[in-house]
Write a new protein. Structure first.
Length: 423
């Protein structure tokens, strides 16, 4: 075995794995490329700003260019820190004490932590508790949990604020979308076909309450096709008090400017169907969106999930279904069926959903194009639905935790004294 000779006054020779050397060189090379890109952007910043301004960005063109240059310099700095971090992990100069090595390595960790904190200021903002405080509207809507959703006729002003923060905090489900930059294709098709008919859309989606400015209620009353579908449940006003939104019930002296309407048409969250038929997606959407087709008569089952289903001998709703327990991704539903039926649940179908009927696995079927159903036999049963996502993301998260733990351990554990002297 060869041993490294360490001369007095010279740095000790420390073996470095080849993969770690590649990481160091790669990080430093990336830092150099990003810095070169930043210099190049700086040299052409004037023409870049003019080009963006001509495309319609106006005064924002200069801001975009400056932000792009700052991002490149920031990336170069982080890559340089990463290279230095790997370099310190791979060895140390002779004469450095364990405390000096630990301080140098933890210094880089602190740089990265400070960088994360500085960046977080642009993306993470604390919210006062008053922004999610319960009010009269919330108390009314919570009476429908978990069987009823909420629909909003407008998302302007405080409506969007409630949809984004207040309702999720209190577990109130809505059919409105606050943000969905990558809408699933099947959801988009459903909205395009059925969303044009609000009453049908709300029925299929288990809407129990509709929120709107009071002017919309006046228009609804003038529409013979809609006036019998709603009943006023709460009129209210919204104002500011010490900078916070507050709900004030309407009075004779202060008429309500906003209203919560109870949706009176049948809109079950969980229901048993006596009638069903296999139908491809185009046919299912056509029937669901056709005002002449009475809803909740024949359940449209996607052909790929209709295996082993017998032909139905009836139609319409049958028996009883009641939600016994509910939390996000898991629910228990008690049913009483007087004939073979399919339990339809107004939740979006996904392959991750798993079902058990009286503790025995049962297939989850895609019904009414977007929703899910479970076939059940006559009698009293308990159906449990549970959502389980793929384990891939969990494995990646676990690997990241292990890498971070190993890096932290390497900062705390001192290498044996004789290790550095051997090749």
């Amino acid at each position: 075995m060869k041993t490294a000779t360490v001369s007095r006054g010279q740095p000790e020779v420390v073996g470095r794995p080849r993969w770690l050397a590649f990481l160091i060189c790669g990080a430093l090379a990336l830092a150099a490329l990003l810095a070169l890109g930043a210099v190049t952007q700086m040299a052409g910043s004037y023409s870049a700003a003019n080009r963006l301004a001509a495309e319609g960005w106006g005064d924002g063109a200069q801001i975009i260019v400056r932000t792009r240059i700052a991002a490149l310099w920031h990336g170069a700095f982080i890559a340089l820190c990463a290279g230095a971090f790997f370099l310190l992990l791979s060895g140390r100069r002779a004469g450095w004490s364990f405390l000096q090595v630990a301080m140098a390595r933890w210094g880089l960790v602190l740089v990265m932590a400070a960088d994360a904190i500085l960046l977080a200021r642009h993306y993470v903002h604390s919210m006062p508790r008053t922004a999610v405080q319960e009010n009269e509207v919330v108390r009314l809507l919570k009476t429908g949990i978990p069987d009823k959703r909420v629909a909003m006729l407008t998302q302007e002003g405080f409506y969007n604020n409630w949809l984004t923060y207040l309702f999720p905090y209190h577990g109130i489900k809505s059919v409105n979308i606050t943000q969905m930059p990558r809408m699933p294709a099947e959801y988009e098709r459903f909205l395009q076909a059925v969303g044009r008919h609000p009453l049908r859309f709300w029925q299929l989606s288990a809407v129990g309450y509709v929120m709107a400015p009071v002017g919309a209620w006046n228009q609804i009353q003038a529409d013979p096709n809609m006036k019998d579908a709603f009943a006023p449940a709460l009129e209210y006003n919204v104002g500011l008090r010490d900078g916070d939104l507050v709900v004030v019930p309407a009075t004779a002296y202060s008429p309500g400017q906003h209203v919560v309407l109870a949706f009176r048409k049948p809109a079950p969250y969980a229901a048993l169907f006596a009638g069903w038929a296999a139908a491809n997606d185009d046919e299912a959407l056509r029937r669901l969106a056709d005002p002449a087709v009475e809803p909740f008569q024949v359940l449209q089952v996607a052909p790929e999930t209709a295996d082993d289903l017998p032909a139905s001998q009836a139609q319409g709703l049958t028996g009883q279904a009641r939600v016994l327990a509910y939390r996000s991704g898991r629910m228990r539903i008690g049913i009483s069926a007087d004939r073979p039926a399919i339990l339809r649940v107004a939740e979006k179908f996904d392959p991750g959903w798993q079902a058990r009927v009286d503790g025995r696995p049962a297939p989850v079927r895609r019904v009414d194009f977007l929703f899910m159903g479970v076939a059940v036999a006559p009698g009293d049963h308990e159906v449990e639905l549970c959502y389980r996502s793929g384990a891939g993301s969990l494995y990646v998260l676990g690997l990241g935790v292990l890498l971070c733990g190993g890096a932290a351990l390497s900062l705390l554990v001192r290498r044996p004294a004789g290790e550095a002297a051997h090749g």
